[in-house]
Write a protein that binds this ligand. Sequence first.
Ligand code: ADP
Ligand code: GN1
Ligand code: MG
Length: 370
Amino acid sequence: MPDLHDIRAISALFDLRADFLHAHPHGSGHINDTYCATFDQAGQRVRHVVQRINHHVFKEPLKLMENVDRVTRHALATLKAGDSPEAHRRTLTCIPSIDGQPYARDAEGNYWRVYPFIEGARGYDELETNEQAFQAARAFGDFQKLAATLGGPRLHETIPHFHDTPKRLEALEAAIAGDRAGRAAGVAAEIAFARAHAADCSRITDLIAAGIIPERIAHNDTKLNNVLLDDATAEGVCVIDLDTTMPGSVLYDFGDMVRTATPTSREDDPDPANISVRLDRFEALVKGYLSSATFLNAAELENLAFSGKLITLEVGIRFLTDYLDGDVYFKIKRRTHNLDRCRNQFAFVKALEASMPTMEEIVARLNPRS
Ligand code: ADP
Ligand code: GN1
Ligand code: MG
């Protein structure tokens, strides 16, 4: 967290009808500045998430908030129409600003939003059980199903070409050529690894261009800590971090679940030599996802296992690019953080390659179309 903001003053910009008590930084996201703030509401303690949108990453915060507002309103209306218990706990909801907008601006021009804190649930950087993997994947599938019924115009692309992996490789080449932080000479092995995987980068984009894989609304950032699991039952109660919910491929969502739920070490473990794929976790993910994502076509089903490798490769390329650019995108806690993350992701790509035949067998066994 670079600088602590005055959350009391920010909260006053929102129609909270409660008295601010205190706030502290919250969570381990790499992009936004997130605070958990506690208020007194007629004698009751209530908590809210107060979040500054990273406008260097999201260059059009108004369009972004238009998307989030539409998607969350649709989610709430659909949950209520289905008589879902605790509908307000199963989707983010935007608290309006005192001007009636889903966001507010501070004096420095930052964009802020407030969501009710989802109590009794949490997101995990590392899962503990296969049941959690099943529940998380099921919740993301449910989210995609719900997003599919959103009416109205196409959602804005909050980050254009977000999962265009060939473009991510081009951006890496530009970072190597620019060598802005003077680091390229030290990462020759990582650069060679990325270049050797160029053919993998275009596999899904080619299938999308050919119309074989359809465009659908996807979450596009389904790392495991972006779904909150119920503390008591492990049920996936609420999908969060909706900044990249926009048209894409649902394969990117499944791929990011594989990237974050199945490795045996954390994303930034600097010593990933023994990293491997937890195949029991992978099977739980496939089962959970297929239990809710009942709309997948044959090409999507056939690429589920590959999608994990693709997204791990893509995120590794992005960490390497940011390391070469001098750490301008992802939050870091140490000088080599992005390089450690890149090495970890590339080591996991190798592990996924070794396990791919077994992963393909698992998908084939569970594939409802075969
Ligand atoms: P980032 O884009 O930086 O990852 P997130 O929207 O994912 O930001 O928020 C960061 C963290 O804050 C999440 O991983 C989660 O732990 C927590 N969080 C966000 N929104 C809520 C919420 N409404 N209720 C409870 N926790 C939340
Ligand atoms: C970022 O926002 P967060 O921490 O959930 C990033 C994802 C990466 C992820 C890598 C908007 O996710 O794309 O996969 O870090 N989000 C954005 O951990 O770039
Ligand atoms: Mg997040």
